[in-house]
Design a protein around this ligand. Structure first.
Ligand code: NAD
Length: 490
């Protein structure tokens, strides 16, 4: 632990001195107003750095830089773009330790999970780098009188708005395909975790990305974020965050007819039938809610367990949950670190009382740790009904709500009985049931007898209040590019 803290101090020294500035058109810039805000670590509430508190004027400068850089980036030989994106991936790998340590300190996420986040970011860049040369590929659809050709062209400057949970990986996930498609970018990272977005930007420019192709503007959602969604030069908004913020962005973008792509909240069920491999189901259920502090959109925050095995399964779960290690995020043995910030910590803690007053049982956890930092015990609520708030609302912490069910029909009704539909996890050894159940389950992504394993060519995204649009594979290009049809008379 101490060795990691010492290394971190070295990496953070420059941010303490100069703060996190905006980067617009290849230049460091404070906010035009001169305003800054303080960024604290959730670990011990100490100051990490000051951050540019930007507004509409800064967004305007960044959007103009992105607009000016767009034609040359769009028209660059895509094989050159491919090379630059691979160099960005190389740079991420070289600085993976710095990224992981800074991200843990900035977000409270445990190092054992975050150490892989940078490498996943590099993999995102490599995946889309390889696809850059074929991004414009179209079809030939001849008719009797026309040689019909389709092609795709990049839509223009993109606004990317990211949240504070796994901010580095999510930034790469949105920005890499935009750049590969030939778009330029204005990125507004979450105000609570600005450090690694800045490191990523530096890596990109060191890799040879031309100035203005990628611009970074820090600040709060209600001013910098809002201005980005309203700017006429920004052609589309790729957003990851809460469902209610997605609604606001849709309204804000209406006047400029903004194209939007939303990856939003979830209240994802893990459904365990009595014929499942219960040991594996138990491991997966625990991993999917208690890793990454439960601050994960795809977390399985509802456990639907068949009544015939509920008692046995829950007893094992309680024992395991009580053994999960909560601690300093830079300690390699820590499984759960502190939550991101005071307000979110208070929100998560509020559900301990809500669960009790709604009639659920706090079977494990249900309390904060009595120490500085925003630490909560991993928590399990049992005996819940689907109409309780702990079964309906996205808590976004290490908190699992267990609901028993008797039949497949009842499991489906409970699973679908929420406003969200991001992921679902089904555990059964009955193949016919798996097919029948997944067919009716309202979710954008479903895993059967598996935790969430991301495969980049597959579509990522949610239904209902969990999102609009898909990322991954060619779906990302569908968003960042326009289809164009050309009919030539023959
Ligand atoms: P949030 O919606 O509060 O903030 C996300 C970003 O939006 C931040 O950068 C914020 O500054 C900005 N923002 C806020 N108001 C804005 C406005 N009016 N206009 C423009 N931008 C605005 O979300 P959060 O609390 O940072 O993140 C947690 C949420 O993100 C959870 O709901 C989680 O499920 C979701 N999430 C979803 C996915 C997914 O893939 N579906 C992935 C990660 C996180």
């Amino acid at each position: 632990l101490q060795a990691n803290i010492d290394k971190l101090q070295g990496y953070l020294a420059r941010f303490r001195d100069s703060g996190v500035l905006n980067r617009i058109g290849g230049e460091d810039r404070p906010a035009k107003s001169g305003a800054t805000f303080d960024n604290h670590s959730p670990v011990d509430e100490t100051l990490i750095c000051s951050v540019a508190k930007s507004g509409a004027a800064d967004i305007d400068a960044a959007a103009k830089a992105a607009k000016a850089a767009f034609p040359a980036w769009r028209d660059m030989d895509p094989n050159e773009r491919k090379k630059i994106l691979h160099k960005i991936a190389d740079g991420i790998v070289e600085r993976a330790e710095e990224i992981a340590l800074c991200e843990c300190w900035d977000t409270g996420q445990a190092l054992r999970f975050m150490s892989k986040a940078a490498l996943r970011g590099a993999a995102n860049f490599r995946f889309f780098a390889d696809r850059a040369p074929s991004a414009r590929d179209g079809q030939h659809l001849p008719s009797a009188t026309l040689m019909n050709i389709t092609t795709r062209v990049p839509i223009g400057p993109i606004g990317v708005i990211t949240p504070w949970n796994t901010p580095f990986m999510l930034s790469t996930w949105k920005i890499a395909p935009a750049l590969a498609a030939g778009c330029t970018v204005v990125h507004k990272p979450a105000e609570f975790s600005p450090v690694t977005a800045r490191i990523l930007m530096e890596i990109a420019e060191e890799a040879g990305l031309p100035p203005g192709v990628w611009n970074l503007v820090n600040g709060f959602g209600e001013d910098a974020g809002k201005a980005l969604t309203e700017h006429p030069d920004i052609k589309a908004i790729a957003f990851v965050g809460e469902s209610k913020t997605g609604s606001m962005i849709m309204k804000q973008g209406a006047d400029t007819l903004k194209r939007v792509h939303f990856e939003l909240g979830g209240k994802n069920p893990v459904i365990v039938f009595d014929d499942a491999d219960l040991d594996r189901a138990l491991d997966a259920a625990i991993f999917m809610i208690y890793s990454l502090n439960g601050e994960r959109c795809t977390s399985s925050s509802r456990l639907l367990v068949q009544s015939s095995i509920a008692e046995e399964f829950t007893a094992k779960l309680i024992e395991r949950v009580n053994r999960i290690k909560v601690g300093h995020p830079l300690d390699p043995t820590t499984e759960i670190g502190p939550l991101i910030h005071q307000t979110h910590f208070a929100k998560v803690c509020s559900y301990f009382d809500i669960a009790k007053s709604d009639g659920a049982t706090v079977a494990a956890g249900g309390a904060a740790l009595d120490q500085p930092g925003y630490y909560v015990r991993p928590t399990l609520f049992t005996g819940a009904r689907n109409d309780m708030r702990v079964a309906q609302e996205e808590i976004f912490g290490p908190v699992l709500t267990a609901i028993p069910f008797d039949s497949e029909e009842e499991a489906l009704e409970i699973a679908n009985g929420v406003q969200y539909g991001l992921t679902g996890y089904v555990w059964t050894n009955d193949l016919t049931r798996a097919l029948r159940f997944t067919e009716k389950l309202e979710a954008g992504m479903i895993w059967v007898n598996s935790e969430n394993v991301r495969h980049l060519p597959t579509p990522f995204g949610g239904v209902k209040a969990s999102g609009i649009g898909r990322d991954g594979g060619d779906w990302s290009f569908e968003f960042y590019m326009e289809q164009k049809h050309i009919g030539l008379a023959t």
